[in-house]
Design a protein around this ligand. Sequence first.
Ligand code: GDP
Length: 284
Amino acid sequence: MTIQWFPGHMAKAKRQALEKIKIIDVVIELVDARIPLSSRNPMIDDIAKNKPRLMLLNKADLADPEVTEQWISYFESKGFMVLSIDAQKGTGIKKIPQLVTKLAEPLINKMKAKGMNPRAIRALILGIPNVGKSTVINRLANRKIAKIGDKPGVTKAQQWIKVGKTMELLDTPGILWPKFEDQAVGYRLALTGAIKEEIIDFQDATVFLLTFLREHYSEKLKERYNLTVLPDDIGEMYDAIGRKRGCLMGGGLVDYDRVAEVLFRDFRSGTLGRMSLEVPGNRR
Ligand code: GDP
């Protein structure tokens, strides 16, 4: 599901997130490990201010492991507690309650100092659509929790999911809008499935992808499409890939639309290999 964000929607989403956060001890921010900056909500710092925060780099199975390590260092240097996970397979999920407890230590100590028995730490998951929020919630809950919007017209009451003895998780995540900063951000969001590709110019997004891949993942490109050399010119790259993959029209001309579809699909499915579209300090 892709939500169309209009100013009214954004204001409402912010209001809802602020409302939820009031009763929360720790905010779990979920981003896509392949595009950790482009998949952040632009107002998250404002919305989650004063709350201890855990940043989860999800879909790490699809991201370049080396680049993910760089992102972990990057966010740690900014004072975040960071963890890379694969919510689909469950990798890294077990560490979440431990880190949440660690983040809530000052609060726990405060409760103890007042002679109170520390209660479970309340956490909320925040993130843009399709980043894997429901998948993480289901993993932490160890069962399938209905997704909001599953039943039209039915607004279910929020509930707490017990995660171990020390943590409680709100069963509905906070959905925030993605950035609409510039075209490159839009292309990254579309390529990773965060927004529908119909929203962007498909051919332009593919040129963006090819240009990025040629610079950062030339070996993987060659390997996948069986190319010995990569042409300098993007048009020639389309031709070479199109010929190898049989994306031809009448007269033997390469069908650029089909080449774009192949590239888009191969990237999204991970067939091209584990790749990240954003590198710290290099936002091309
Ligand atoms: P939400 O809109 O943020 O709640 O996102 P969902 O939990 O519905 O996930 C969106 C899509 O991403 C689904 O197709 C999930 O199966 C997929 N997904 C979620 N987490 C991961 C992950 O770690 N790795 C991969 N490969 N796919 C994931």
